[in-house]
Design a protein around this ligand. Structure first.
Ligand code: HEM
Length: 149
């Protein structure tokens, strides 16, 4: 689930690199000193040729193999934490934090958009933010199952 959310939404929406010297990318593209190269995980998470026609669907099973076991997508395809020698050193720690937070918060509460017709928009920056407010109604799951509490 966490990977699916990361895949479509992207904590890091675009990531820029500056060239300190002339270089050549693995596909042969030449770069000059001072050039900037941007990789956009937000756009890549929406590309059908990478993820298929259902790329915007919430589909956690895309991370499971035929035996129902989790399989890791290539970091060059799922680029949220970057790939290669400068990959995120905190990736496993970040996943653990997200899992703990999601299991506690979603286990206790249910969230619904206050106005489901008002689809939230994002504000682009290196980290993805909601543009403006995100108004939600929060329901206590315990009270929903047992109205006496
Ligand atoms: C969802 C959470 C996170 C995301 C999406 C994320 C993403 C990234 C990305 C994309 C980079 C590469 C930046 C670049 O070179 O262009 C990076 C680097 C790094 N991240 Fe994270 N990160 C996350 C959480 C964390 C946490 C929790 C830690 C530490 C506990 C951490 C530590 C680092 C470090 C040390 C680097 C630099 C690695 C290097 O340049 O050698 N990250 N992260």
């Amino acid at each position: 689930m966490i990977r699916n959310i990361n895949c479509n939404i992207k904590g890091i929406s675009n990531d820029a690199k500056h060239c300190f010297s002339d270089d050549v990318l693995p596909d042969g593209f030449s770069l000059k000193k001072g050039d900037m190269v941007c990789n956009m995980p937000y756009a890549m998470g929406r590309m059908t040729f990478i993820w298929g026609d259902d790329e915007l669907e919430f589909k956690p099973e895309r991370w499971l193999d035929n035996n129902g076991c989790f399989h890791q997508a290539s970091p060059f395809k799922f680029t949220d934490f970057q790939a290669g020698p400068r990959t995120c050193l905190g990736r496993d720690f970040a996943y653990r934090q997200m899992k703990i937070l999601a299991s506690i918060v979603l286990g206790c509460f249910m969230f619904k958009l206050s106005d489901e017709k008002n689809v939230p928009r994002y504000r682009m920056s290196i980290n993805l933010h909601i543009n403006g407010k995100l108004q939600v109604n929060v329901f206590n799951r315990l009270a929903l199952h047992n109205p006496q509490t």
